[in-house]
Design a protein around this ligand. Structure first.
Ligand code: 13P
Ligand code: 13P
Ligand code: MG
Ligand code: MG
Length: 376
């Protein structure tokens, strides 16, 4: 077959993330813990993974893997799960807080969906140049990416590529999940720009509607995969925040890197912070950052990569640039300003989203003390 076109290589990017214990509260994993998970993955990668990148964002450890096994691969998911189980023993041995926090099931059952860890996966036909971004956020939940994804892929005020780049002018297809639905994945597909108002009507409520993936309508190629797991929906009670990860392919048919990063300069308010129960602005921070103020503020990191045949370049820290120092100062001001009103009104999440049952019991205990005053 002398003239057959060269086969395009199909590569899968898988990122699986869990909090399995951290130092000094919910701050960050210990060096020994991160080292143990990294060694575990690297020692077993041969014959399965092409490349790996391990990192921490706040108290979460993310394992980014490239391979050719496709999404939801049992072998790949089992490797990550087993690495977290092995790491949990180190966390226990060191007395880390919340050892094994996100491992909600005792036995591995085929893939990690519904077991606690966050997952984002994307199978792609590798372009001659394959730039992509890997986001990880701590002390918030999957809806944190809704606003940045709306702006980056549907709003020409943010993304001039929607006007300027011919293929992007065809728009993008959003797959949005109703994460309140716990019996199976309840999803809807909506096309931007025609159905922009419908997309906006859903994403207005990021605690319930979460962008799962975005696809270029010009080619059908997938641009985005974001994690959608809500831990309290799995465990039925508070277990931790559902700190989300996301993969975004950039350039050519997709938004440019800068168009994807730009919305994070807003420092929008997200659910998270202390006890997973508040509205605090999302701060873009350097790779491997820790947690501090008010068990927050919620943070997001971004590692930019290029890839060839599944081999990754070194990560470039997309939020390390001096520009973001100014943004961080602004986000810190917003966080302090909101915190001044403590538990009142918009500062704390609505009852249905509160991560603690203590307040429900407290209100129940007051029921009997209410009385309706007789008319005078
Ligand atoms: P505790 O386990 O001490 O309640 O801490 C949980 C926490 O800080 C989550 O917000
Ligand atoms: P993590 O989910 O990151 O462990 O945070 C728990 C929390 O709410 C800390 O206040
Ligand atoms: Mg934690
Ligand atoms: Mg966390």
């Amino acid at each position: 077959m002398a003239n057959a076109p060269a086969a395009v290589m199909k590569i899968t990017l898988s990122v699986i993330k869990a909090d399995i214990g951290s130092v000094g509260g919910h701050i960050c994993p210990s060096q020994r813990l991160l080292g143990a998970v990294t060694s575990y993955v690297r020692e077993r990668a041969r014959g399965l993974l092409i490349d790996t990148y391990l990192s921490s964002t706040g108290d979460d450890i993310a394992i980014l893997m490239t391979h050719t096994e496709g999404v939801r691969s049992t072998r790949v998911h089992r490797l990550a799960w087993d690495a977290f189980v092995a790491g949990t023993e180190v966390a226990k041995a060191q007395g880390l807080y919340g050892a094994g926090q996100d491992l909600l099931k005792d036995a591995f059952t085929g893939n990690v969906h519904g077991m606690g860890p966050a997952v984002a996966e994307l199978e792609l036909e590798e372009r001659p140049a394959e730039p992509f971004l890997f986001f990880a956020a701590d002390k918030t939940d999957p809806g944190a990416y809704d606003l940045p994804l709306y702006l980056a892929f549907a709003d020409p005020m943010n993304t001039p590529g929607l006007m300027l780049a011919p293929s992007m002018g065809k728009g993008f297809r959003y797959v949005i999940m109703d994460v309140d639905h716990t019996e199976g994945d309840r999803i809807i597909e909506l096309d931007a720009p025609e159905e922009l108002y419908a997309i906006a009507a859903l994403l207005r409520d990021p605690e319930r509607y979460v962008v799962e993936s975005i696809h270029a309508r010009s080619s059908g190629a997938q641009a985005v995969s974001a994690s959608t797991s809500r831990l309290h929906n799995i465990a039925g009670k508070y277990t931790g925040k559902d700190d989300p990860v996301m993969l975004v392919r950039v350039q050519q048919d997709f938004p440019a890197t800068g168009e994807v990063l730009a919305p994070f300069a807003m420092g929008h308010f997200v659910a998270g912070g202390m006890r997973g129960s508040h509205q605090v602005p999302l701060m873009p921070v350097r790779l491997n950052s820790t947690i501090s103020y008010f068990d927050g503020p919620p943070i997001v990191t971004c590692a930019a990569f290029s890839m060839r045949e599944g081999k990754l370049t070194e990560p470039v820290d997309a939020f390390a640039h001096p520009f973001w120092d100014r943004i961080r100062a602004h986000v810190a001001d917003k966080a302090v300003e909101m915190r001044r009103q403590g538990f009142f009104g918009a500062a704390m999440l609505p009852m249905a989203e509160l991560e603690y049952t203590g307040i429900v019991k407290k209100l129940e205990s007051l029921e009997g003390r209410f009385r309706v005053r007789p008319e005078p």
